[in-house]
Design a protein around this ligand. Structure first.
Ligand code: ADP
Ligand code: F6P
Length: 466
């Protein structure tokens, strides 16, 4: 098969440490199976940016630095102060500036120039996430006709919200330059189809096959998963390590776990409030349950993230101040990343997995928690109905994260759930995991993007303005 050129903002180079986030997990199987070049940002900010190529077996990694103004305008600016909040249904947090938009477009042009240096005529290009929406347009403008796919890892909001974004008229239709657009859920794909209908007048029955010129652009749903069986094995082994045993031994009674980047979309403050209400209403559990929240810092230069950090610190401090005893603290709040193995063991040791984002594209933590459980004595997953994973995980305890009383009640239900019920729910959840195992995800997407699909695609000319 042709080479696959992966392009994303972050690049995870093997043996160079992990950067917490879902992308690295999602692309692992594709990197193992295909000959890939993965191109993106080095993570470095530099006045005179350089580009470096690192060979790793059959794959190579091309990483490029960002200039300080690119970092401010493209990454902290348009990507994370405009697209991230709007796509996560938080119009109130979006801060638009023309300067940031032009920085975003400039970096996309630069990425296109870097891609051009290595792109062969048969290579398949697969672009990831909201940082790089206009990349296909930039490549087409440079005369490239390769198959180009795009996968959005985060949610896509309804057109009523999306149209609040200044310049959406230019940016969103530029997605028409891709051959295939992948979304996490049918809801996200339907929102995009509604956007097309509302803004461009595309009849909804045509919106799954659109195109510009002689290309046909298609839309599909490709829910991201995890390496289910491998993760289960890893969790089983990890439970026996000294590290996980020390964690288990240090906790009197039940363990409840939350694992998230420190991001407002993850709902950590309201989650702590829910736990506080649970402790207030169920005094019998004081001293018998510990909530371990593992939260590496993320995007700390952005004001909303710094504010959120302060709010989470305050909530954790308040709960510990109110309920701690000399021998027990209700909350253990940790601001650092752990290895995947250590996380797997801690998930398995936890009686409850608490995953309550206000909005999330998929949420791989929910999937990892389920994969890690012992099927004979599994823990209970409490999951926000607004995580993409809720579409597949109907047997989780689904909650509304905006309602701390309801989340508190779900905690009470989880810690008292009989073993038979836990096993039954886990069986269903595990079956759902296997259906969308990550080993199949990349191939499903690449097959849908492949040249054979081009022949089948209807050619609807000029449906999108590019
Ligand atoms: P997002 O991509 O928005 O961060 P996901 O839940 O989809 O959210 O993916 C998060 C990924 O990052 C998971 O694979 C999770 O294991 C990993 N992760 C989150 N927190 C940590 C941490 N403290 N240490 C290591 N990995 C982490
Ligand atoms: O899932 C969304 C996402 O942007 C991923 O692409 C990325 O791995 C993760 O969040 C972490 O974000 P950042 O790269 O901004 O730290």
């Amino acid at each position: 098969m042709a080479r696959v050129i992966l392009i994303s903002n972050r690049v995870a180079i093997p043996k160079r440490g992990t950067h917490p986030g879902g992308l690295e997990v999602a692309l692992k199987a594709t990197l193992n199976k295909h000959t890939c070049v993965w191109l993106g940002w080095s993570g470095e900010v530099n006045e005179s940016p350089g580009t470096q190529t690192i060979a790793e077996g059959k794959n190579s990694y091309v990483i490029t630095d960002l200039r300080p103004e690119d970092f401010d305008e493209y990454y902290n600016g348009f990507a994370n102060r405009v697209l991230w909040p709007i796509f996560h249904y938080r119009l109130d947090l979006a801060e638009f500036s023309r300067r940031d938009l032009s920085g975003y477009l400039r970096v996309n042009e630069r990425f296109a120039d870097e891609v051009l240096k290595l792109l062969g005529p048969d290579d398949i290009v697969w672009v990831h996430d909201y940082h790089l929406i206009p990349l296909a347009k930039a490549l087409r403008a440079r005369g490239r006709h390769n198959r180009i796919g795009f996968f959005l890892h985060i949610p896509l909001p309804p057109p009523e919200s999306l149209t609040a974004m200044p310049n959406h008229e230019a940016l969103i239709p530029s997605l028409g330059d891709y051959d295939l657009l992948g979304f996490q859920t049918d809801g996200d794909a339907a929102n995009f189809a509604r956007y097309l209908a509302k803004e461009l007048g595309t009849p909804s029955h045509m919106s799954l096959r659109l195109g510009t010129g002689d290309r046909a652009m298609r839309i599909g749903t490709f829910p991201v998963g995890v390496e289910t069986r491998e993760f289960t094995r890893m969790a089983r082994r990890s439970m026996k390590t000294t590290f996980v045993q020390r964690v288990v031994d240090s906790i009197p009674g039940f363990l409840m776990i939350g694992v998230d980047r420190l991001d407002y979309s993850k709902g950590i403050t309201l989650r702590l409030e829910a736990y506080e209400r649970f402790l207030a209403a169920h005094s019998e559990w004081r001293g018998r349950i510990t909530y371990l929240q593992i939260t590496p810092k993320s995007r700390s230069q952005i004001k909303e993230y710094a504010e959120m950090e302060a709010a989470v610190n305050a909530a954790a401090g308040r709960i510990n101040g109110t309920y701690s005893e000399a021998s027990w603290s209700p909350v253990r709040y940790v601001n650092r990343p752990y290895s995947r193995t250590a996380l797997a063991g801690m998930y398995r040791a936890a009686h409850v997995g608490l995953v309550t984002p206000m909005r999330d594209g998929m949420n791989l933590v929910a999937k990892e928690y389920v994969a890690a459980q012992d099927p004979d004595d599994p823990g209970v997953l409490i999951l926000s109905r607004f995580a993409g994973a809720a579409d597949e995980f109907r047997e989780a305890l689904l909650v509304n994260p905006y309602d701390p009383d309801a989340v508190g009640a779900a905690i009470a239900r989880a810690v008292t759930m009989p073993r038979e019920e836990r096993m039954g729910r886990h069986r269903e959840l595990y079956a759902a995991l296997l259906r969308n195992d990550i080993s199949k995800w990349g191939d499903k997407f690449l097959k849908a993007l492949g040249p054979q699909e081009r022949e089948r695609g209807e050619r609807i000319r000029d449906s999108l303005v590019s």
